[in-house]
Every structure is written in structure tokens, then in C-alpha cells.
Ligand binder design. Structure first.
Ligand code: PRX
Length: 647
């Protein structure tokens, strides 16, 4: 009861947009937002047509939307190229000499690329791709650190119509291999190594391992980043810098249909196999263009920094495509926030004069833990807007962010969205929508979210339910690559005509959305989605393991921690090293982010009579609660006692 009252008090904190911010903003009042929102829902064609006209089209579209649920086509008949929209169109005026990209490496190097320079590099690398027989429609894996070449490679693929699939640099050889197999990629772009907390991550070595057995990859282009020693396989591997010697900078953009695939990005689902989320050209560009324009209200004089790695969707939409489509200046940082010291972010903000910062709650919680003294060492007065993404932000972390980083003057945009949505879906407009700590507030234009119960009826204020989206939107995923059936089943089968987000939420009396977290078997660890069954599959692949069940437990720093319950095969010995061995095993098979924080051995796992693992019980045990819920279907009750005694 007391917690309820407390959370009620928290809800009452409301922060109006600061007056001076409001005056300059594109959307200046709640009324203006509401008017535009109403139009976007009632007359979506009219709304999106007007917005889309701000982009550069080679051939105009015939129809704004063709919706044969659940398959959407946006701007049917239109032709364009994203790289032209991100680069060429900014070259005719003063933006030509403006910084498009500012970069800082972890060891401290700095690079600046103006629009003109970035355009030139993208064109040259586009020609390198062509020289290496990469053509329109071919899939290309990009396994690079957050360096300018990652953006160059993505934009060069887009320029020639190749489909990129960026694999996060923290993923292992196995993960790369799976993604190559699923996408049928013919080429891979990587670097010798990258820096992380002062050590070198051997990217090329992981690639070599991934390509050991039969693969569709014919060509590997290697950028020299860390200078670590690597093996170059003759006939397959070429150096990025050598290839550039053979090409010129003349690479006209290929005109692509609005629905031409732009990229595939793999994300975790509730089954073992990662899903290849497919985004296409016109609608995606419009989604990221508009959100960047209205949510971040980005201006020519801004220095905008999104701290995400390019390997995640945030890196795609809000490090590369969104800012560049708007002619903004985007800052990229390669390394860890606490290298060499916990003030690295604040040092970067001070030195570059960052005006907009977009980061994740897990990072904010780490900063709180490291202490305010690190922040106080630096002048952060250049900041004018703050953003948050990746998981629900705790109201207290929100308050700290506002006060300590934003000096009490910067609005915070808590942006809810997903790999699948491509662009921000629920968010405050910083000059228009009053914010409440912990709430993503109201829907973006054209987004029609609802909170529903099990049968799909909308629930009343402050009642929890499933978050769905009732209308198609331009930047939506088009399918799961190569698996239309899974796309239909996963997202569109539970509530007819609506998209199932997989998140739980409630809506308060003002219509504000409060996202509670995942309702499926997907964990959110440090802002990254991990499928429990993926980790289970990795554990079971270990010789000693018979069965594994993975659940999440609340964690102060990471949001959720990974807890694995494991039963061993008869012959296996429970050696003192086994826990570490299993953790490392998961690290090798998926990547370090998926390593269980805790491994618990058990003689048996609690199962229903039909043999299903009762995760709810394991969750309660993992979080140290006594088991309270219904256990009537439990097959062997004594298992519970034994599991709890493990602690
Ligand atoms: O659970 C929600 C959470 O992150 C999930 C999407 O993860 P991913 O596809 O990896 O994309 C992350 C970056 C967009 C969502 O289903 N999530 C994301 N943003 C928020 C959030 N939860 C609460 N509040 C947010 N602002």
C-alpha cells in the first residue's frame, strides 16, 4: 500500500518545457502537438505526404500507403536513395563545409569529416564495393567498431543498393556465423581490432573463426584500426586502404524503389533464433528524419551526441541516418564511458560543446554510482536537451539526469521504441509536452498505441496491460528476413490488425504511457535485448549441461541481470571452475553481454505436468522472494525446496 502511495507521489512531478526552449522549438505548445497528432491519425496520407516532400525523391510516389495487413508498402512507386538524402543534398549550400561527423577514438584521437568529405569517402568506398563485385540487393555484413568507417560503409552500401547487416562488435564468432547464414551475405566489412577499456578486441580473428567452415562470404574488406597482427587470407581478404587506391570519387547514387531493402538488423526474440528485422528505404528514412527533426528539434548549430554503438538500432537511426538526413552534426565515440576515467563522457561534452545528449538508463545508473564529483569536474553548460532510450528509466535516475547533467534547464525526452519500429514511437516533444519522470509520455505522429487486456480490449487509466500499435507507420519493419510466417505470428496474430510490441504498459489519466518492461521471455540487460532461450541454447551446448533455464532478476545497474538455473548430465562433475566455465562458454557463443551474472546448479528444474519449465517460480527464486503464486500444476514440489536452499 505504501509503495502505491509513493509511486502516486512520484507521478505528480510534472515538468513543463522551459520557456526559452519552447519559444525556439518547432512544436511550441501542447495544442500544436495535439492538432498535428490528430491530423496524423485522421488523415495520415495528407500528413505524411507533406513531411515526405521535405526529402529528395528521384521519382515521386503514386500512393502513400498500401496496407495489406500485416504487410505495408509506403510511398509506392517512389524512387530515392538514402545516401543522397544524407549527403548530396547538403552539398549545395553552406552545409557543405559543416562537420557532418565528429569522432573520438577511445585512445583519444579525434577526426572531423565535413559533409563534403564524408560524401567523398562514401563515394570512394561505394566504388570499392562495386570493384569487389557487390551489387544492388546483395547482403553485406558490417562488423566494425564505432568509427567513421562504420557510417561510411553503411552509407556506401545504401548508395549502391546493397543491404547491410551490422553485427555488434561485442558479438562472438558464432553470432557472426549465424547472421551470415541467415542473411546469405556475400561480403563482410571489418577491422583488425577495436579498443575497449584499453585492450584490443580482435575483430578480424572472430571473423576468421566465423568463416572457417562453408560460408557464402566471398570477400572480406579489412580496415586498419588497431594495428594488431592479423592473418589476411589470400583471395578472400583485402585491405580497405589498398582498395581505395584503385577507385575514384565518382559514384552516383543508384535510384531505388521506396520499398527496396536498406538493412537487416538481428534482434533477440523469445525463441532461440535471432530475428532478422528488415527495414526498407523510403518509409524508414521518413521515420528517422521526422523524429530527429521534432523530438530532438535538431538545428544547424547543434552538436548532437548519441552514445549508442552502431551495432544497435539506435546507432543506425540516431547516430548515422537520422542526424545526417537532417544535415546535423553527429558525434561518435568508440569506447567505454569509464576509460581512462569515469568522466570520459563529460570530458567529451565539454571539449566538443555537445548540445544534445542521447544515452541509456543503464549508463545513467552507472554515472550515479561513480559519483557526482566526476561530473562536477566539467562544464556541461553547452547542453540544451537530454534523451533516454533502451529501457524504462527509474524516476530517481531521471531526476538525477535532469539536475546533475542537465543543470535543471534541459528537457528530457524519454523515447520508447524498438528495433522493429525503426524510429521513436512514444516520446515527449521537448518544447510542447510536459514531462513526468519515468514516463515516455505521448505518441509520436501517426502512432496509435493502446494498452489492452488478454482479449484485446483497451483497459482503463492506470491499469496494466499489453502495449499494442493499431496503425501501420512508415518506419515499421516490413518482415522478418526470410520468414514471413514468423513475422505474422510473432507480431500480428494475437490481436487482429494490431502490432504486438511485447512490452507491458499502463496509461495514466492524462493519457501518458508508462512502459513496464517485457512481457515475453526477453530480457533487457543494460539496454540490450537478450532472448532467454538463446542463452539457454548456448548453455545446453556445453558438454556438462543437461538442461538450463534462464530468467531475469532486477539489477540496480543493468536493469536486469541474467540468472541461469542449470542441471548437469550424469557424468559431469560439479567442479569449482564450472560456473566460470559456463559463463565464458556463453560469452564465446553469443557475446560478453549475454554472460549469466549468476549460475545456479540444481538437481531438477520445476516443471508443469506437461513438461514446461515454470519460469515464474524461477524468477521468484532468483530474486530471493519466497514462492507465492499458484503451484498446483507443478510436477515435483520438492524441487522448489531444493532450489531455494541453493542460495
Ligand atoms: O522493452 C522496451 C525497451 O527496449 C525494447 C526494444 O529493444 P531494442 O529493439 O533493442 O531497441 C532498443 C532501442 C530502441 C522495448 O521493447 N525500451 C526501449 N526504449 C524504452 C524501453 N522501455 C521503456 N522506456 C523506453 N524509453
Amino acid at each position: 500500500m505504501e509503495t502505491h502511495i509513493e509511486s502516486h507521489l512520484v507521478e505528480k512531478r510534472v515538468f513543463k518545457p522551459p520557456k526559452d526552449f519552447q519559444r525556439r522549438a518547432r512544436i511550441k505548445s501542447l495544442a500544436q502537438y495535439q492538432k498535428m497528432y490528430r491530423e496524423s491519425i485522421r488523415q495520415p496520407d495528407k500528413f505524411w505526404r507533406r513531411e515526405a516532400k521535405e526529402l529528395t525523391w528521384h521519382k515521386p510516389w503514386k500512393r502513400v500507403l498500401e496496407w495489406k495487413a500485416p504487410f505495408a508498402k509506403w510511398f509506392v512507386g517512389g524512387q530515392l536513395n538514402i545516401s543522397e538524402n544524407c549527403l548530396d543534398r547538403h552539398l549545395t549550400g553552406p552545409r557543405r563545409n559543416k562537420a557532418a561527423l565528429l569522432w573520438e577514438g577511445e585512445p583519444g584521437e579525434k577526426r572531423t569529416l565535413t559533409y563534403q568529405q564524408l560524401h567523398r569517402e562514401v563515394c570512394r568506398f561505394g566504388n570499392v564495393l562495386k570493384r569487389n563485385n557487390i551489387r544492388k540487393g546483395d547482403r553485406v555484413i558490417i562488423y566494425l567498431p564505432t568509427i567513421p568507417e562504420a557510417a561510411i560503409a553503411m552509407l556506401a552500401c545504401a548508395r549502391i543498393g546493397a543491404v547491410h547487416s551490422v553485427v555488434f562488435g561485442g558479438f562472438s564468432a558464432d553470432s557472426i556465423r549465424d547472421r551470415i547464414a541467415d542473411s546469405g551475405a556475400i561480403a563482410l566489412i571489418t577491422a583488425d581490432g577495436s579498443y575497449r577499456r584499453g585492450t584490443i578486441v580482435p575483430l578480424k580473428k572472430n571473423v576468421d573463426e566465423a568463416l572457417q567452415s562453408g560460408t557464402s562470404v566471398k570477400r572480406v574488406i579489412v580496415y586498419k584500426r588497431a594495428g594488431n597482427e592479423i592473418h589476411m587470407k589470400e583471395g578472400r581478404d583485402v585491405w580497405w586502404h589498398r582498395e581505395l587506391e584503385y577507385v575514384d570519387a565518382n559514384c552516383p547514387p543508384v535510384w531505388l524503389d521506396s520499398e527496396h531493402p536498406l538493412y537487416i538488423l538481428y534482434t533477440s526474440g523469445s525463441t532461440g533464433k535471432p530475428k532478422g528485422i528488415l527495414h526498407t528505404t523510403g518509409g524508414y528514412l521518413l521515420g528517422i528524419y521526422c523524429t530527429m527533426k521534432y523530438v530532438f528539434d535538431v538545428r544547424d548549430e547543434d552538436i548532437y551526441w548519441c552514445t549508442a554503438d552502431v551495432g544497435w538500432v539506435t546507432g543506425h537511426s540516431y547516430v548515422v541516418y537520422g542526424p545526417l538526413a537532417n544535415g546535423g552534426t553527429t558525434l561518435m565515440y568508440e569506447g567505454a564511458p569509464n576509460w581512462p576515467e569515469p568522466d570520459r563522457f563529460w570530458k567529451i561534452i565539454e571539449e566538443h560543446g555537445v548540445t544534445i545528449l542521447y544515452t541509456a538508463p543503464t549508463a545513467i545508473r552507472a554515472f550515479i554510482r561513480w559519483g557526482d564529483a566526476w561530473v562536477k569536474k566539467h562544464d556541461l553548460s553547452s547542453l540544451r536537451l537530454l534523451g533516454s532510450v533502451g529501457e524504462p528509466i527509474n524516476p530517481e535516475a531521471w531526476m538525477w539526469y535532469r539536475k546533475t547533467i542537465g543543470g535543471g534547464r534541459c528537457p528530457i525526452v524519454d523515447t520508447w521504441w524498438q528495433t522493429e519500429t525503426g524510429a521513436i514511437m512514444i516520446t515527449p516533444m521537448p518544447g510542447a509536452i510536459p514531462t513526468k519522470p519515468g514516463s515516455a509520455t505521448l505518441p509520436f505522429f501517426g502512432v496509435d498505441p493502446a494498452v489492452v487486456n488478454e482479449v484485446g480490449d483497451e483497459v482503463g487509466p492506470n491499469i496494466g496491460g499489453k502495449l499494442i500499435l493499431r496503425k501501420p507507420w512508415p518506419s515499421m519493419l516490413r518482415t522478418i528476413y526470410g520468414d514471413k510466417e514468423r513475422y505474422k505470428k510473432q507480431y500480428w496474430s494475437e490481436f487482429k490488425g494490431s502490432y504486438l510490441t511485447g512490452d507491458g504498459a499502463r496509461r495514466d489519466k492524462d493519457g501518458y504511457f508508462w512502459i513496464v518492461g517485457r512481457i515475453d521471455d526477453v530480457l533487457n540487460v543494460a539496454g540490450h535485448r537478450l532472448g532467454t532461450s538463446e542463452i539457454e541454447s548456448a548453455l545446453v551446448a556445453h558438454d556438462a549441461v543437461a538442461e538450463a533455464a534462464v530468467v531475469g532478476r532486477a539489477d540496480d545497474l543493468k536493469g536486469q541481470a541474467v540468472v541461469a538455473f542449470v542441471t548437469l548430465k550424469g557424468h559431469a562433475n560439479l567442479t569449482p571452475r564450472l560456473k566460470t566455465e559456463l559463463r565464458d562458454f556463453v560469452g564465446v557463443h553469443i557475446g560478453a553481454i549475454a554472460k549469466p551474472d549468476e549460475v545456479r546448479f540444481a538437481e531438477a528444474l520445476p516443471k508443469t505436468r506437461s513438461g514446461k519449465i515454470m519460469r515464474r517460480l524461477l524468477k521468484e527464486i532468483a530474486s530471493g522472494q519466497s514462492v507465492t503464486g499458484d503451484t498446483t500444476t507443478l510436477e515435483d514440489f520438492s524441487v522448489l525446496g531444493r532450489l531455494s536452499a541453493e542460495e
